[in-house]
Design a protein around this ligand. Structure first.
Ligand SMILES: [Ca+2]
Ligand SMILES: [Ca+2]
Ligand SMILES: [Ca+2]
Ligand SMILES: [Ca+2]
Length: 352
């Protein structure tokens, strides 16, 4: 017998249970009651029980009957039987209200008949731009990584990682929808983490960027040249140094420029003094590739460096007492007047 407040009475009149209204209704059930019957039986009687007598007795037994009890009418419960029941409970699902038997009044977000949660995500993704998550009574929108939920709770706005400092790009940051990309300044390349910029070692690349020597530096490289070359800064190529033209050589005689170096060669010396081809008027001294002239005592080399001129030693010499100077090779002598003698005729001759 379900339901509480059962007051079962054996009711002799028939009252059919009614539904649709609050209150008590009768319900028939099978019950038992005591029934009796008068039965006749034969027993011994008389003197020394020699006789047989017929007697009567009342026999009691249990017999089935239809009973009725007062129960709440279908769809109601409670002590006054005026609390409606919705699908076996006094409340609907999700704490919604049961207003009439099997009639729920559902709050927004729940659906009839039992006020089950409405899965808003099934329809148009719940109005969410990205991800819809169904929850009891409502739903929630969320956004994929790189986006933030707009104030309407539905749209998703891109996060500008570049301007918010979330990018961690080493050099340059470019915002994209839902993400961002990092790029590097010239001479650098993006590392595997997509953020760090590493210097490019141009010197280890193919083709080799320099003519001769390459020096890697952060963000760039420089070229240099070996001995005998100089760098042409406009073309970054190595050019030969012409050591012969620039005088930057150690050749005594002939300098011949070569690529990256120079070569010296020698002149064969001719002894002009020996061959008599010199122009010296007096002494000739052979030198490698040439010769020099010199003069004997009493002569002086002229400006042409070949001719020897006699030195006039009488210049500035005064012969006294009427004497006069005679220029000699390498010296002079005073020729004195009669009666005088001495180097400069300064003495009176005793022979006079
Ligand atoms: Ca929902
Ligand atoms: Ca972005
Ligand atoms: Ca570099
Ligand atoms: Ca050279």
């Amino acid at each position: 017998m379900p339901l509480y407040g059962i007051l079962c009475l054996v009711i002799v009149f028939l009252e059919l249970p009614s539904s649709g209204e609050a209150g008590f209704c009768s319900e028939a059930y099978s019950c038992s009651r005591q029934c009796s019957t008068r039965e006749r039986y034969t027993t011994a009687c008389g003197l020394f029980d020699w006789q047989r007598c017929t007697k009567h007795r009342t026999k009691y037994y249990s017999c089935s009957n239809t009973c009725y009890c007062q129960i709440c009418c279908q769809g109601y419960t409670g002590s006054d039987c005026n609390t409606p029941l919705c699908f076996g409970s006094i409340s609907c699902l999700n704490n919604n209200t049961c207003t009439d038997p099997d009639q729920c009044s559902c709050k927004i977000g729940y659906q009839l008949p039992k006020c089950e949660d409405t899965n808003e995500c099934f329809s148009n993704n719940g109005g969410c731009a990205h991800t819809c998550t169904n929850i009891p009574g409502t739903h929630q929108c969320s956004c994929r990584d790189g986006y933030t939920l707009a104030s309407d709770g539905r749209r998703c706005n891109d996060i500008n990682e570049c301007s918010t400092g979330k990018s961690q790009c080493n050099h340059n940051c470019t915002n994209t929808a839902g993400s961002y990309t990092c790029t590097c300044n010239a001479g650098h390349e993006l590392s595997h983490d997509g953020k760090t910029c590493d210097d490019i070692d141009e010197c280890s690349q193919t083709p080799f960027p320099c003519d001769q020597q390459c020096n890697n530096i952060p963000g760039s490289y420089t070229c240099s040249c070996g001995t005998g070359y100089y760098i042409n800064t406009s073309s970054n190529t190595c050019k030969d140094v012409n050591e012969c033209d620039t005088g930057n050589h150690t050749c005594d005689h002939i300098c011949t420029n070569t690529d990256g170096a120079y070569q010296c060669s020698c002149l064969t010396d001719v002894d002009e003094c020996l061959e008599g081809t010199s122009q010296c008027s007096q002494n000739c001294t052979n030198t490698p590739g040439s010769y020099t002239c010199s003069c004997e005592n009493g002569y002086v080399l002229a400006a042409d460096e070949y001719t020897c001129n006699n030195t006039d030693e009488c210049q500035g010499v005064l012969c006294e007492n009427g004497g006069f100077c005679i220029d000699l090779i390498g010296g002079y002598t005073c020729s004195c007047a009669k009666g005088y003698t001495g180097t400069h005729c300064e003495l009176v001759s005793s022979k006079w």
